[in-house]
Design a binder for this molecule. Structure first.
Ligand code: NAP
Ligand code: 3JM
Length: 345
């Protein structure tokens, strides 16, 4: 390996980590050396990286000496335990977990929305930068052009989140349920009747209105992340956000229905134009031709797709629309690598 940066991917064997390796290659990110880290279970395994392979190290025994960029994606408790250590050894940490997102001194970044907060980051090492939750990221990409042109009053969002949002175990549970269903006969009465490693209930043939844990508010942690992270990224501390997060049996990509009250009347053509001009967004909105964003449309690409754009029947200041993006890409790996590109290339 040649000129460039020494990069470590923590959680490299996971759904997000594998996507990180893929995107580093796709983007020809200047990687001088690559280290792949995961749990001791994976130590010694190899992962493909372009034409080569990289051997996985156990994070617990790994030092970060010489690492310039550490991309963390192994859960919040792992980041809490190891990201400060990596930063102390001189790495710039880009963390995909919820561990540090709401810390006042940690930038929470979606480059299309608030790239300017990266201007103050010292790339000589020691900084931690947080990547938002997957559901928050795609929502703020779509809200940003509305905020700029019409101002935001209130956001109501319902999510339809894919199994891969719960990592590889989520995909594995869904696939196992469908395989068992087919083996049991494949009829309506053969549906799975108990949950698995990733979800408490069967996900196949159902929708589960509960993601994460909760506090006394009755909202789930996933819903609360969407409220608080959105306010921080959009620099709108009193923005009204109501969120309802639901797991659905899609494999990849999260979908969201949004109802947004604006500060001024909006027209559909103007909203379409504002979305179409906004960075990272693609409008796909011709329902009469069956053109609207689906999880399959978004899967494997870096775009955030918007469609079903319509003005409220009663209130001219209210816009309804549908937003879809690949949770493992823009919702995680791609957003992190965009941050790395902005800081280091
Ligand atoms: P995943 O498929 O379950 O992968 C988890 C990764 O973490 C694996 O590489 C695993 O290594 C590693 N890991 C687990 N425990 C570890 C430990 N004690 N020490 C070192 N490594 C450990 O999950 P994922 O979907 O990739 O997500 C990883 C994290 O990214 C999430 O927990 C979340 O904080 C964040 N995130 C996920 C999404 C998403 O849409 N999935 C979006 C945004 C952020 P082994 O293979 O060795 O077990
Ligand atoms: C998405 O406690 C945990 O490790 C939860 C892991 C997790 C997170 C998180 O909180 O970091 C799983 C799926 C997220 C996220 O992006 O917020």
């Amino acid at each position: 390996m040649t000129e460039g940066w020494n990069v470590a991917v923590v959680g490299a064997t996971g759904a997000v980590g594998r996507e990180m390796l893929q995107i580093l290659q796709e983007r020809s990110f200047p990687v001088a050396s690559l280290r792949a880290m995961a749990s001791p279970r994976s130590a010694g395994k190899t992962l493909p990286f372009g034409d080569t392979e990289v051997e996985v190290e156990a994070l617990s025994g790994a030092d970060f000496d010489g690492v310039d960029i550490a991309l963390f994606s192994a859960g919040s408790s792992v980041s809490e335990a190891h990201a400060p250590r990596a930063a102390k050894h001189g790495a710039t940490v880009i963390d995909n977990t919820s561990a540090f997102r709401m810390d006042d001194d940690v930038p929470l970044v979606v480059p299309e929305v608030n790239a300017h907060v990266l201007d103050d980051v010292d790339t000589d090492g020691g900084s931690i930068i947080a990547n938002p939750n997957c559901s928050t990221i795609q929502m703020v990409v779509a809200l940003a052009p509305l905020q700029q042109k019409w101002g935001l009053e209130r956001v109501v969002v319902s999510t339809y989140q894919s199994a891969s949002g719960a990592g590889q175990a989520g995909v594995d549970q869904l696939v196992a349920e469908l395989r068992d269903w087919a083996e049991r006969g494949g009829g309506a009465d053969d549906r799975p009747d108990r949950g698995g490693d990733a979800f408490e209930h069967p996900l196949a043939f159902d929708a589960l209105p509960w993601i994460g844990s909760t506090d006394d508010s009755g909202f789930s942690t996933e819903e609360l992340k969407m409220v608080h992270e959105t306010r921080k990224i959009m620099e709108a501390p009193s923005l009204s956000v109501a969120s309802h997060c639901v797991r659905v049996p899609a494999v990849r990509s999260h979908s969201e229905s949004l109802t947004v009250d604006l500060q001024q009347p909006v027209d559909v053509d103007g909203a379409q134009r504002a979305f179409a001009r906004a960075p990272g967004l693609r409008v796909h909105d011709s329902p009469a031709d069956n053109e609207y964003p689906t999880s399959r449309l978004a899967e494997g690409n870096n775009e955030t797709w918007v469609g079903r754009i319509r003005r409220d029947l009663e209130n001219p200041e209210t816009l309804h629309f549908w937003v879809v993006s690949d949770n493992l890409r823009k919702g995680a790996a791609w957003n992190s690598i965009q941050i790395a590109e902005q800081l280091f290339t």
